[in-house]
Design a protein around this ligand. Structure first.
Ligand SMILES: Nc1ncnc2c1ncn2[C@@H]1O[C@H](COP(=O)(O)OP(=O)(O)OP(=O)(O)O)[C@@H](O)[C@H]1O
Ligand code: SF4
Ligand SMILES: [Mg+2]
Length: 348
């Protein structure tokens, strides 16, 4: 399959993180000799940048590689190839996270944090809130008194009373537990946070509270977010720009309002058509995609979305569409990006 060239983006902001041609292929092995019989292309040649203080939303169906991309950036999993450049100090050259040794990685990780999906399984039930939230501080040499003071401060920031410091996670509701997870992620004042489905496991009303909390923290602490979710309404609410993934590849990337009102990729159009809109006015039909999500171990030739695309033409079945900028800061991988009039969410 033809490989895309390294992507050059037009950008007016100041970049914090750049992902260049990132690939993560998981081997498929068979038998006790672990013979490699194939590979799952979980992330396949993805290039993105995230500016300082920006929230980049990442959306796509289950299994499209969102978590793997986030884990590669955190180096929780080793990438197959590519570069992840962290521009920690704007005056110095960026650091390639994939080239760091253990010690260098530990140093840079202080600037990065992750908020997980499941607030029930991500908190150790045998640790108190003080220990859970304070652990990153402890690992970075803070004294007991410093840890207690900072944990109290963090609890107040996420809307929890510090009198709960010595309680265990089971004493808290799902929303409160997610606040604890957020407090832990913020402990070392990270510059970059991956939020992986942080509100997906919560009730809708609690979701709104946590999203508002994240927005408030964004204003006060100004971290940069990679916000992963499969819910397009949630993504719209929090993101400055949005990337749409399908079986390990980026299909479209654009500023939020533009992608929601004027999508340029048929897959984005189909995802948008499924958002329930309570507002009065004309309703549009949901686009039901035929067939299954493509198999990341055996991708269709040409455009990987072609077996499900209602606009597919012959060349889509053989030629990989190039990644092209169709308007300022709006990128898409579709042969027909210029001739299709796709429908976004109805203008409000
Ligand atoms: N450790 C692993 N070993 C083998 N395959 C893996 C591993 N982790 C992920 N995969 C595969 O990589 C692909 C991408 O998975 P990933 O979890 O990144 O998707 P996702 O978009 O986060 O999905 P979801 O929305 O369900 O969380 C899937 O096909 C998955 O089965
Ligand atoms: S390249 Fe062809 S098959 Fe792929 S999304 Fe565009 S129109 Fe559909
Ligand atoms: Mg995931």
């Amino acid at each position: 399959m033809a490989e895309k060239e390294t992507t050059h983006f037009t950008n007016t902001g100041e970049v914090l993180l750049e992902v260049k041609n990132l690939k993560k292929y998981f081997p498929i092995e068979q038998g006790f000799m672990h013979k490699k019989i194939g590979e799952v292309k979980a992330v396949d040649d993805v290039s993105i940048y995230i500016n300082r203080n920006e929230t980049l939303g990442l959306v796509g169906e289950s299994g499209c590689g969102k978590t793997t991309l986030g884990r590669c950036i955190m180096r929780a999993v080793e990438s197959t190839s590519g570069e992840i450049l962290f521009h920690l100090d704007a005056k110095k050259p960026p650091v390639n996270i994939l080239g760091l040794d253990k010690k260098e990685l530990l140093d840079i990780r202080r600037n990065m944090a992750i908020i997980f999906q499941n607030p029930y399984s991500s908190l150790d039930p045998r640790m108190t809130i003080l220990d859970i939230v304070g652990e990153p501080l402890y690992l970075n040499g803070y004294s007991r008194d410093q840890i207690t003071d900072r944990v109290k401060e963090l609890m107040s920031m996420v809307g929890l009373e510090s009198k709960f410091l010595n309680r265990y996670p089971h004493a808290f509701s799902g929303g409160q537990r997610q606040r604890i997870g957020i407090a832990r992620a913020l402990a070392l004042k990270p510059r970059f946070i991956v939020s992986d489905e942080a509100v997906s496991a919560l009730d809708v009303s609690v979701q709104a509270q946590i999203l508002n909390l994240l927005q408030d923290l964004k204003e006060t602490m100004q971290p940069t977010f990679l916000f992963i979710a499969h819910d397009l309404s949630v993504i719209e609410h929090v993101s400055d720009r949005v990337g749409v993934m399908y079986v390990g590849r980026l299909m479209e990337l654009a500023p939020t309002e533009e992608i929601y009102l004027k999508p340029r990729h048929p897959y984005t159009e189909a995802l948008l058509s499924a958002i329930p809109r309570p507002e009065p006015g004309p309703k549009k039909d949901r686009i039901l995609l035929p067939g299954e999500v493509a198999n990341a171990a055996d991708l269709p030739p040409g455009c990987c979305f072609h077996p499900r695309c209602r606009y597919c033409q012959d060349r889509c079945k053989t030629e990989v569409p190039p990644w092209q900028e169709v308007s300022f800061g709006h990128y898409v991988s579709c042969h027909r990006a210029d001739d299709l009039e796709l429908q976004g969410v109805i203008e409000r």
